[in-house]
Design a protein around this ligand. Structure first.
Ligand code: HEC
Length: 148
């Protein structure tokens, strides 16, 4: 579960968190994150840019803002944490917004629904909801499956 906490922490800390759990019927877990734990946030960001951004943009956030928030030099982020490209196939720069390389059309064809942008997810849903989602979506029958 540690990995998921790191991702929640990273996603939550990309933007300030004001909202609490939005609820929605089911049981919501309480997550304890340490927003001042930079190493933990950096590992969460690494996981996000290696996996999640393949489908989910953070389109209201620039890579260099992430670098600043995580205490990382911009050139380190540019060289090691950017794996996305623009629609012309050019590698994103550290000053670019964090768009996924996957097009909406492709995503709809593949998953039946476009993966939502997650820039504001912690603010809109709350960190407890986010943690609960990440630890239960695979057992929630109402959720989209990404595997056969
Ligand atoms: C292969 C594509 C893919 C990858 C990779 C992926 N997701 Fe998703 N994700 C989706 C799709 C599609 C949905 C929408 C599911 C639905 O509407 O039922 C989704 C939904 C979500 C939601 C719920 C958003 C909401 O408001 O309901 C969260 C949170 C989320 N993903 C987080 C993540 C995180 C964090 C990662 C990386 C660890 C990740 N996802 C990796 C495709 C992906």
């Amino acid at each position: 579960m540690l990995g998921r906490k790191l991702i929640v922490a990273a996603v939550a800390c990309f933007l300030p968190v004001f909202a609490q759990a939005a609820g929605g019927g089911g049981h919501i877990e309480t997550v304890h994150i340490q927003p001042d734990n930079k190493a933990s946030l950096q590992r969460g960001a690494r996981t996000y840019v290696n996996y999640c951004i393949g489908c989910h943009s953070l389109k209201y956030l620039r890579y260099n803002r992430m670098a600043e928030d995580l205490g990382l030099p911009a050139d380190i982020v540019e060289d090691n944490l950017i794996f996305t490209s623009n629609e012309d196939g050019e590698h994103h720069k550290v000053t670019d917004m964090m768009h996924s390389s996957m097009t909406t059309e492709y995503a709809k064809g593949a998953f039946g629904v476009a993966p939502p942008d997650l820039s504001l997810i912690a603010r809109s849903r709350g960190i407890d909801w986010l943690y609960t989602y990440l630890t239960t979506f695979h057992i929630d029958e109402s959720r989209t499956r990404y595997w056969p």
